[in-house]
Structures are given as C-alpha cells and as structure tokens.
Write a protein of this length. Sequence first.
Length: 191
Amino acid sequence: GGLPAEQRRKVILWGLAAAVVMRIGFALITTQLLGIIGLLFAGGILLLWVCWKMWREMREQATHAQAEAISDNPPVREAKTFKAAFLQILIADLSMSLDNVLAVAGAAREHPSVLVFGLIFSVALMGVAASWIANLLQRYRWIGYVGLVIVLYVALHMMWQGHRDAVERLGQIPSYNAVMPDFLDIEPGKH
C-alpha cells in the first residue's frame, strides 16, 4: 500500500509469482516438511517480523498523514522502495505459504492435482483482490489494523501449533504437562 500505483502492480505481480512458486514447491515436498520439527514455529516467528514491519509502516503513514493535516509545509516522507515492499511480501508469502500448504495438503490428502489446483486458485484470487485491497487500505487506514491483528493471530497460532507439535513429537508431553499450568496442558493427538 505504500508504493505508487505503477510500482504497486509490479510488486503484486512479482509477489504472486513468488507465492505460486513457493506454494507449489512446498506442496511437492509436504511430507518431508511435515517431518521437520519446529518449522511451523519458525514460520510463525517470520510472520511476527512481518507484523512488526507492518506496524512500523502504518504508524509512519499515520504520523505523516497527521503532519500533513496540521501543517502548511508537511515533511517529505521517503517513498517505500520496490525492493523493501517485495522483501516484505516475500517473507509474508514464505511463512503463510508454509501454513497454507500444510492445511491444503491435509485437506487434499493423496490427490496432488487437487492440491496444486487449489493452491493456484487461491493465489489467483489473491492477485485479483490485491490492487483493490491496496486502494482500500489507502482510503480507510483502519482496515490495515484489522489485517495486522489477523496476521498477528495467524503468527501466534503457527507458533503455538509448532510448539505443541515439537513437544508431542519429541515425546515430552508428560514432563511438559508437569511444569505447565493446567490450561496449557497438551493432550496427545488433540490440536
């Protein structure tokens, strides 16, 4: 949302291409990915970093908008670069693609064609809506905060689920439950 319109289309296109490649790549190696302990937790950490960057950017935009509203000579704000926007999208794509592929792979089970079609279809829908959403974000800044809360929830959920999976796979449930409060207890096989 912080890019000029012509660069926005370009970064959306490159971001979508990266999302397609990552989702299909992750989909093809899903069974191996499911065996890596802590990968979901690491994806959540990456997504937290994206949340932090989004928060800083939204605060910067709000400060700049406020300065414009009260001043005849507003300070000049440095425009977001294509590289910065693309890097932010790439990291968000990486962490959310991992989560998305694991969820879709679970739903598609043993049907790789359904998996690939579902992933390509979801990315295409994102591409159609991305410009429209960027324009809405420019017009109604509060929507960005709602999106930030959703991304933060996804990041924290990925971290919690990754943590639970690690405790379960490492066979540490009894010792974990012994030291944690009751509401944090892990029951085997329950997610």
